[in-house]
Design a protein around this ligand. Structure first.
Ligand code: SF4
Length: 245
């Protein structure tokens, strides 16, 4: 009897332990009154931040951003240097054709699919948008290879809209600092929309991306050089030495 009871109880204990292990870690949120000085510090360090992707017009911006998924801006710039000399309009890209586009961007990850999309999105721009890049999220997201992140970058950079595209850098910085914690990019984007003061919204995307790329790096954040050190809630941030202060 006792043995049977014990055997019945054992799996229950295991399930409890499992449930405990799966409990998500609660991320701390930065106090509201810190958000303004947080952005003021980033703004003071770099008043006019810019994208590091090379482009010559809204069309080449769409293509460059679509090519940049899972690739570095540097790698994309190397590939687009020649491509955009030959094809800086949808018509020229379609005339160049998928095979040649593929050959020109083969140094970038997922190049086969990206070449296909670059030609297909160009054809769609010709057929449905008079060869112009549309200024609405819905229309942008209808283009092959253009998702929410690419649409947000294009709306922000080409049309000056205060959108924030959440990439891996922005996701990390927003969670680490407690500025806008979220379990996925969309949750972080929505949290940023709520928390970023209006006057900083236009440049917030670039400030956060550049901060994540060069200072708050994934493996070894350079906390000693961080402009927002005092507002960061990350428990693992490096302690400052007297020389750093
Ligand atoms: S203090 Fe360190 S972890 Fe925090 S934002 Fe700055 S670089 Fe990132």
């Amino acid at each position: 009897m006792t043995t049977r009871k014990a055997a019945k109880k054992a799996p229950k204990a295991k399930t409890k332990a499992k449930a405990k292990a799966k409990k998500p870690v609660r991320m701390k949120r930065m106090p509201k009154e810190w958000v303004e000085p947080f952005f003021a510090a980033l703004s003071a360090a770099d008043p006019e931040p810019k994208t590091e992707l090379n482009y010559t017009n809204p069309y080449t911006l769409v293509v460059a951003v679509a090519l940049s998924a899972q690739a570095t801006d540097k790698g994309v710039n190397l590939a687009t240097e020649k491509l955009f000399k030959l094809a800086d309009t949808p018509e020229k890209m379609v005339a160049l054709g998928e095979d040649r586009v593929r050959d020109m961007i083969k140094t970038i990850g997922l190049f086969r699919n990206k070449a296909k999309n670059a030609v297909a999105l160009s054809q769609k721009l010709i057929d449905e948008f008079g060869s112009e890049v549309p200024q609405s999220r819905e229309a942008l997201e209808s283009l092959p290879g253009v998702g929410r992140k690419t649409a947000n970058v294009v709306l922000n950079v080409a049309f000056g809209e205060p959108t924030i595209a959440v990439d891996t850098h922005i996701f990390r910085v927003s969670n680490r600092t407690g500025l806008a914690p979220g379990k996925d990019p969309l949750a972080v984007e929505l949290a940023l929309e709520k928390v970023v003061p209006e006057k900083y919204k236009l440049h917030a995307h670039h400030w956060l991306i550049l901060h994540g790329r060069y200072v708050c790096k994934a493996r070894k954040p350079d906390c000693a050089k961080c402009d927002v050190y005092k507002y960061c809630l990350w428990p693992e941030k490096a302690p400052l030495t007297p020389e750093d202060i």
